[in-house]
Write a protein that binds this ligand. Structure first.
Ligand code: S5P
Length: 275
């Protein structure tokens, strides 16, 4: 059967990349395909939200450069929380430069992303060299990369041929590229049966998920967990504002919203695999 009808647990055994394996195992263990994106500017809010939603998620997605009071001790605390609550870390850095530059941005600077983030992502726009630059740093550390094959925003240029070429780039580098940021299942996408490999199994992590509203004032577009997981065959829902909301101090409400998304995402997965 095509991978999207397989259980997360079965898919975990098929993956060799340690980050892909860890994510699939964590999803299965915690009965959660929910990733929470913690896009806040203060470390205290960042850590409190992660501590509250940690038990309910498979993955925490960060934009570490948003934090105004970042210091290296914050990374120690994030890593401690990831062990305490058993979640994977994904720094949403969206690398998009020449190989030499992205290798430095990934390994060095203030944030030293490769040293703590299991997964990161890149725009395919520079071509395959963006992957080889990042892989030189990340592969020896057991990290995994997602390519942004599509985006959730109105008017995105990541479509058609661009998306197909992103899939081809991933296929040629599947040791390090574990999947895509995309809006639908990408396996065999638009490439015809001769080019699609039947046993390929890319992870599809999908932002633009919300239950209350259809979008924001800045081009974001939302779909429901059921649309994303069951109807479009994606693997992980990424939710930011739908979970942390506008009152960052009300961690109990944040936890409750996370549980609602976790439940809806998991139900959609059960429907997809059991129908
Ligand atoms: O196409 C995309 C790709 C990403 S990684 N659309 C997105 O929204 N994202 C990220 O997902 C974005 O940077 C943000 O961190 C999160 C969505 O946040 P929300 O508050 O709209 O759920």
């Amino acid at each position: 059967p095509p991978p999207y009808t397989l259980a997360y647990a079965d898919r975990a055994t098929r993956h060799k990349n340690p980050a892909a394996k860890l994510l699939l195992e964590t999803i299965h263990r915690k009965r959660s395909n929910l990733a929470v994106s913690v896009d806040v500017t203060q470390s205290s809010d960042f850590l409190a939200i992660i501590d509250a939603v940690g038990p309910l998620v498979c993955l925490i997605k960060t934009h570490i450069d948003i934090l105004e009071d970042f210091d290296s001790n914050l990374i120690n605390k994030l890593v401690e929380l990831s062990k305490k609550h058993d979640f994977v870390i994904f720094e949403d850095r969206k690398f998009a430069d020449i190989g030499n530059t992205v290798a430095l941005q990934y390994s060095s600077g203030v944030h030293k992303i490769a040293s703590w983030s299991h997964i990161t992502n890149a725009h395919p726009v520079p071509g395959p060299s963006v992957i080889s630059g990042l892989a030189a740093v990340g592969l020896p550390l057991g990290r995994g990369l997602l390519l942004l094959a599509e985006m959730s925003t109105k008017g995105t240029l990541a479509r058609g041929e661009y998306t197909d070429d992103a899939v081809r780039m991933a296929r040629s580098n599947s040791e390090f590229v574990i999947g895509f940021i995309a809006q639908r299942r990408m396996d065999g996408l638009g490439l015809g049966p001769s080019e699609a490999k039947l046993d390929e199994d890319f992870l599809i992590l999908t932002p633009g998920v919300g239950l209350e509203v259809k979008g924001d004032a800045m081009g974001q577009q939302y779909r429901t967990p059921d649309e994303v997981i069951r109807q479009n065959g994606c693997d992980v829902i990424i939710v930011g504002r739908g979970v942390y909301g506008t009152n960052l101090k009300d961690v109990e409400a944040i936890r409750q919203r996370a549980e609602r998304y976790r439940q809806e995402g998991w139900d959609a997965y059960l429907k997809r695999t059991q129908s």
